[in-house]
Design a protein around this ligand. Structure first.
Ligand SMILES: Nc1ncnc2c1ncn2[C@@H]1O[C@H](COP(=O)(O)OP(=O)(O)OP(=O)(O)O)[C@@H](O)[C@H]1O
Length: 233
């Protein structure tokens, strides 16, 4: 569903991504690993249209992405949960979730939150009228993911969703991702430093280093020594 080739991007004159090739197939979770500052977030921003690419090709659902704005990409089914969650602290869970509808064309928006959201994240139903700022980090992360899922995206980009989250919530998020990738045939790209979490829920992985994907494969076949070589600081 997503094919990226020879992608080059960066900030002003600085090139961060030199020649990036990768794919996210339909219904699969793809983990993106790499040391701090290699450009994982930069790649997500380019995919979401928040940063222009300098060169290369992005093909999404059979069409080339060029200069489409983020809202256009969101309407075409790409959802992004940035690092740090970015939920609205002064709005309730309900209000935060309904904002996720903005990603849909007006004719498809609803005033009701789909019940499946609460089957994945029951705590959001229990606390529906509480303000975002009153939630724990793990609850805020569930809210941020749920808000992205409201628009029923085809491709979900997640930037470090497990960061600073307690193990039981990490497990819940992993279980939800595995379930929705399969049931909804959603492609999921997961940037994560929590290696165990990536290996236990992703199907495939890529390692980004010095502007290129230096390694990729199936998570079942990943070798500890290769990880050490590319990820050790
Ligand atoms: N807005 C910006 N302007 C200039 N340089 C930036 C900007 N944002 C990020 N960078 C630089 O681009 C490089 C890649 O940053 P990026 O955040 O994409 O890395 P990352 O792999 O996501 O890191 P981390 O794992 O720490 O989140 C870093 O050197 C960073 O300092």
């Amino acid at each position: 569903m997503l094919h990226v080739s020879h992608l080059q991007a960066g900030y002003d004159e600085t090139i961060i991504l030199r020649d990036v090739d990768f794919e996210v197939p339909k219904g699969k979770i793809v983990g993106l690993l790499g040391r701090n500052g290699v450009g994982k977030t930069t790649l997500m921003k380019v995919l979401m249209g928040l940063l222009p690419m300098k060169n290369g090709n992005i093909q999404y659902e059979g069409k080339k992405l060029k200069k489409e704005r983020p809202e256009h990409r969101a309407r075409s089914g790409i959802a992004y949960v940035p690092q740090g969650r970015e939920i609205f602290s002064d709005l309730t869970i309900r209000e935060n979730l309904l904002l996720g509808m903005e990603a849909l064309p007006k004719s498809k928006r609803s005033a009701n939150i789909p019940e499946e959201i609460f089957t994945w994240f029951p705590v959001l139903k229990e606390m529906i009228d509480r303000k975002g700022g009153d939630l724990s980090g793990g609850q805020q992360q569930q809210l941020a993911i749920a808000r992205a899922l409201i628009s029923n995206p085809k491709l979900l980009l997640l930037d470090e969703p497990m960061e600073g989250i307690q193990p039981s919530i990490v497990q819940l998020i992993q279980d939800v991702l595995v379930q929705i990738a399969k049931e909804k045939e959603m492609g999921i790209m997961l940037v994560e430093h929590n290696l165990d979490a990536v290996l236990s829920c992703a199907d495939q992985f890529y390692i980004l280093d010095r502007g290129r994907m230096v390694m990729s494969g199936s998570c079942d076949e990943i070798k500890e020594e290769d990880l050490q070589r590319h990820l050790a600081v």
